[in-house]
Design a protein around this ligand. Structure first.
Ligand code: ASN
Length: 481
């Protein structure tokens, strides 16, 4: 067993460490993580740009204090993870400075005070927490609202359903699969002002001051700059202007446009974003598949090797990778490993989300390809190997010249199949915040709540791409055969 674990680490470590970037000690630019949809704090405007109080505020502070920022919007839970694992230097996402969070984050001075509040459909009869008995309340994972719900669950007897993003939560409320949602008061009120048919029957509960945060003990200078910048913006009136822009009753900022209610409108308004998501999806699938073929063939050949140790290595690789769900593998590589390295070395070692996604997909496909290769080689009658060896031809040469050419023909259809699976699996790695096609769709839905039409568009996109690529692969296959 010990041998197995050691061999497994030996296989995985060099592959995983490939994508790890060296941490910068001297920072010239800060990566700031945020929510993907939390209007009016952060949301996409009609031209698909992230905007909102938090976006304007951090940009104004960066300008005031003379530092550069790169903003990522993977969603609240993912943004929290990003800061904890060193992928990002700070988080600004309408985040409440709760006591529990103060254990792991250092917070800036407050720039807002928000309550958590219950939102129900306009037609709902729920008018008190007692009415929630037996009902299901939706909440975003990792939020202060979730803590509030968990703490009061036994008192009121509701069920809690957690969501990774606001779009799926509000969609579930609209479709009736949950009875209520718990979210920040300005957020629910803003969506009502944007035409969402919701109401807030119970007064909100304070959950803490809204503030910018860094990982406890990291980037103290960034926190200091934030505080100084905030004070300056408050003094010169800029901060109030930002608040008024999004919160004043005559505010003109909206998170959706009128013509996003038709399929044509959705396509017209979002085609650039969708194509860029598609580009990421295709790159992820293609690059990871090429790497997977390479690794898969090596392990596949190992699995039929006359040497026991090689067979063992291959067996461990296939068992370990096939035994871990892809989403966990991606999360482990993206958040887990940098976090582990930091705890060992004290140095932040963030890994790029595309690299992490590619490694996860490559390893996953490689395990299946190794099995395809093993099956293909095994399907070539053993007599051929024996006959060749009895003629004095070496094992390697027999493999290359006699067994592999025949096995390859048998494997080709399975390779095509595996590629289609890999392409579909790219949607799973969106969990680490990678904005591929599926995540792009979810971000668009978070803005306009057109889930039926948007998911239908996504389904057609995947269907067309997979059909085209399968046809192409079949043609290639015929040619090779
Ligand atoms: N207000 C939420 C929290 O602090 C943040 C969010 O949902 N973006 O948990």
């Amino acid at each position: 067993m010990k041998k197995k674990i050691l061999a497994c680490l030996l296989i995985l470590f060099p592959i995983l460490s490939l994508g790890l970037a060296k941490a910068d000690t001297e920072k010239t630019k800060y990566v700031i993580a945020s929510d993907s949809s939390f209007a009016p704090f952060v949301f996409q405007d009609s031209s698909n740009q992230y905007t909102g109080i938090d976006m304007d505020l951090i940009k104004a502070i960066a300008e005031d204090q003379g530092f550069e920022i790169e903003i990522t919007n993977p969603g609240f839970d993912a943004a929290i993870n990003a800061v904890q694992s060193g992928q990002a230097d700070g988080i600004i996402a309408g985040m409440s400075a709760t006591d529990a969070r103060k254990e792991t984050f250092d917070f800036s001075d407050s720039y807002y005070t928000a309550n958590t509040i219950l939102g129900v459909k306009e037609s709902s009869t729920i008018s008190s927490y007692e009415d929630l008995n037996g009902k299901t309340v939706g909440v975003k994972n990792g939020t202060a609202s979730q803590t509030f719900l968990t703490e009061n669950q036994s008192k009121y007897g509701y069920k809690i359903k957690t969501f990774s993003d606001a779009a799926s939560m509000y969609d579930s409320l609209n479709t009736g699969s949950i009875d209520a949602v718990m979210d920040d008061e300005p957020v629910i009120k803003y969506s009502i002002s944007q035409g969402q048919k919701l109401k807030t029957p119970i007064a909100g509960t304070p959950i803490g001051e809204t503030a910018f945060a860094v990982k406890k003990g990291s980037n103290p200078e960034l926190l200091e700059k934030f505080n100084k910048g905030l004070a300056n913006l408050k003094a010169n009136g800029e901060f109030q202007k930002i608040l008024d822009k999004y919160l004043a009753s005559d505010s003109t900022t909206t998170s959706s446009t009128a013509d996003e209610t038709t399929v044509w409108g959705l396509l017209k308004n979002n085609y650039k974003q969708l194509l860029s998501g598609l580009g990421i999806t295709l790159s992820l699938a293609l690059i990871s598949f090429v790497i997977a073929i390479f690794i898969g063939i090596i392990f596949g050949i190992f699995s039929v090797s006359p040497y026991k140790s090689l067979r063992l290595i291959s067996e461990i690789f296939v068992d370990v990778i096939r035994g871990i769900p892809l989403m966990i593998l991606a999360a482990f590589i993206f958040w887990g490993i940098p976090n582990f390295i930091e705890s060992l070395t004290g140095q932040q070692s963030p890994i790029n989300d595309f690299v992490a996604g590619t490694i996860a997909l490559s390893l996953n496909s490689a395990a299946y390809i190794a099995e395809i290769v093993r099956g293909g080689i095994k399907a070539v009658p053993v007599g051929q190997m024996e006959a060749s060896r009895s003629l004095g031809i070496s094992y390697g040469k027999t493999m290359r010249k006699i067994v592999l050419p025949q096995a390859t023909k048998l494997m080709l259809p399975n390779f095509v199949n595996q590629f289609v699976i890999a392409l579909k699996d790219t949607t799973i790695v969106s969990a680490i915040g990678l904005v591929e096609l599926f995540q792009t769709g979810k971000i668009i839905i978070a803005r306009n709540y057109q889930s039926f039409k948007m998911y239908a568009i996504l389904a057609v996109f995947y269907l067309v791409i997979i059909t085209l690529l399968t046809r192409l692969a079949k043609r290639l296959e015929k040619r090779i055969q």
